[in-house]
Design a protein around this ligand. Sequence first.
Ligand SMILES: *[C@@H]1O[C@H](CO)[C@@H](O)[C@H](O)[C@H]1NC(C)=O
Ligand SMILES: *[C@@H]1O[C@H](CO)[C@@H](O)[C@H](O)[C@H]1NC(C)=O
Ligand SMILES: *[C@@H]1O[C@H](CO)[C@@H](O)[C@H](O)[C@H]1NC(C)=O
Length: 224
Amino acid sequence: MENEDGYVVMTLQMKRINSTQPSPHGSQGSPPGLDGYKVAVGVLGAVCVLLVSAVIAQSVWGFQAGWAECDIQQAAFVSRLKQSLCDPAWSGPAGGTGCELCPKDWRAHRGKCYWDSRRSQIWSESRKDCESRNSQMLVIRDQEEMDFINTIAEGTNHIWIGLNITSHTRNWTWVDGSPLNQTLFPVSGPVASGSCGVVKGNLINSETCSAEFKWICQKDAIVV
Ligand SMILES: *[C@@H]1O[C@H](CO)[C@@H](O)[C@H](O)[C@H]1NC(C)=O
Ligand SMILES: *[C@@H]1O[C@H](CO)[C@@H](O)[C@H](O)[C@H]1NC(C)=O
Ligand SMILES: *[C@@H]1O[C@H](CO)[C@@H](O)[C@H](O)[C@H]1NC(C)=O
């Protein structure tokens, strides 16, 4: 029976220790053996707390050391990226404005990456294509960006941009949800449900969304 149950074995051992050194408080009502048992439990508890504290301390320290190591590795990685992929003109002693990285076949300009399609399709398919490239259809912020788009367009007559008429309010809305500033870019052509925006020259025109044109996608550049 003693071998079957560790608890019983331990209690009996405590009793044996107790019998050789009787407790001074033994007469105050505690059954013989219980004081030694309490001491043992207390000691075990203290050891346990110490062990747990040690493990926690070690893991916290290891965690911090891990982060420091991670920072060092990341700095080394960014440095390698810069060296390998950035124009040396970017990495001046003053820090420069940061070098912009874009995926292969995308062009970097002022913090954005641009991709222009070779084929033509309807507006909604163009929008889906941009989404499938983890990007969105072009949203033009200002005249400078419009001028840059014209250098990408290279004489292409119509290019879909991420602009359409929202069905109920009949307002021109960019695919990021912002309204078009018509002071900046007045749109020529019909304002009807089913109208989408194209860039034509330096201007924005309205076209029927089911027409097929080339399109431009954009995403944020990675700055290192
Ligand atoms: C749509 O445009 C009109 C003016 O043309 C404006 O009053 C209205 O607030 C706009 N609606 C939305 C949802 O932007
Ligand atoms: C306009 O574009 C939005 C996405 O930006 C789309 O949900 C909506 O269906 C489009 N409207 C029309 C009439 O195609
Ligand atoms: C619209 O564009 C004009 C011209 O750039 C600018 O002065 C105005 O503040 C813009 N309006 C909004 C609401 O951004």
